[in-house]
Design a protein around this ligand. Structure first.
Ligand code: SF4
Length: 332
């Protein structure tokens, strides 16, 4: 499900005599925040639900992988995968299927290494009030669960056992919690990117402030890198919350200013080739035109040829059509 269509509990704007003229709900996801920081105009298009470009085959691979990773029942997972694969063009289906199956298998292998209690098949939507009145922050990690603390080797409370203490016992671990809240994101690539980490820290902040789950301990954050079959672990400490909430509030104030002045600045650059609104963006068209004039060449190589950036490493898919015009996967 697209986060834009999620139903958020009505914690919304304070009662006021004036009708609320704000053009969209006052809520911000990590994606909203990062989009606004990247290009204010893209944020506006996103909030206005402007028509997007069809998803590329690489995005479809990510969609199917997430879908398969979230389904624990192998029979249901297979049926779901087959249904989605039938939507792909025949020439891409075979190669896509191989990659997706490999990534899903890696996701389950990484996930099954842990005994996660209360793992949510339907992902938990965390909501908290922002420090800017009327605004809420939302986050929905790929996986939310509780892990028995004694099973976490990197738990911060761990210390060397004292003489006579049983290694791994409660006394040994000095546990503040019997169970540790863990939030996980799965990423198709091989290498950790800064954004992966930031996304999870944002989710942890929202979980910590919003108390959708009653939990006050440190939060374990896991990024599963499916191509590399590895995971990176971080810990969120509540001491970071105030600073992170201030950063989110600073972005919200800029959004409010842009709305008030009806002025969302376009920022063109290489990122435009990944923007789902580029075909209808006047700033992109003007930028392309000036590039053509200044270089005397055609515009940048086809946008579709830019996939696989950032180390995602879908090497096996490089022979696929550049812009296959695939239908959106379910839930998109
Ligand atoms: S194409 Fe570029 S300038 Fe236009 S909205 Fe997208 S990111 Fe912004």
């Amino acid at each position: 499900m697209n986060q834009e269509t999620e139903r958020v509990p009505p914690t919304g704007p304070p009662a006021t005599a004036e009708p609320d003229s704000f053009p969209w709900p006052r809520r911000m996801t990590f994606k909203d925040m990062e989009t606004f920081k990247l290009c204010e105009l893209q944020y506006r298009f996103r909030k206005e639900k402007r028509r997007k470009e069809p998803r590329t085959v690489y995005q479809i691979v990510g969609d199917l992988t997430h879908m398969g990773a979230a389904e624990d029942n192998p029979v249901a997972r297979e049926a779901q995968l087959q249904e989605q694969l039938l939507k792909l063009a025949p020439e891409t289906r075979l190669a896509t299927e191989g990659v997706v199956r490999e990534l899903i298998a890696n996701a389950h292998a990484l996930s099954n290494k842990q005994r996660v209690k209360g793992k949510q098949k339907e992902k938990v939507l965390f909501v908290c009030e922002a420090t800017v009145p009327g605004w809420v922050l939302t986050a929905r990690p790929d996986e939310t669960g509780l892990i028995p603390a004694e099973e976490i080797p990197d738990y911060r409370g761990k210390r060397s056992p004292e003489p006579g203490e049983r290694p791994g016992s409660r006394e040994h671990l000095h546990l503040a919690e019997d169970e540790v809240l863990q939030l996980a994101e799965i990423k198709s690539g091989r290498r950790l990117q800064e954004q992966h980490k930031k996304q999870l820290f944002f989710a942890a902040m929202v979980a910590a402030v919003g108390q959708t789950i009653a939990y006050n301990g440190e939060i374990r954050l896991v990024v599963r890198l499916l191509r590399g079959k590895t995971e990176e672990v971080f810990w969120y400490q509540h001491a970071a919350t105030e600073r992170n909430m201030r950063k989110a509030a600073a972005v919200i104030r800029k959004i409010e200013l842009a709305v008030a002045q009806d002025n969302f600045k376009a920022k063109t650059g290489e990122h435009c080739f990944d923007c789902p609104y580029r075909k209808t963006c006047p700033a992109f068209e003007a930028w392309q035109k000036s590039r053509r004039q200044s270089s005397g060449k055609r515009s940048h190589p086809a946008e579709g040829a830019r996939r696989g950036r950032g180390g995602s490493g879908y090497l096996r898919l490089r022979s696929l059509p550049k812009d296959p015009k695939l239908p959106p996967a379910a839930g998109q």
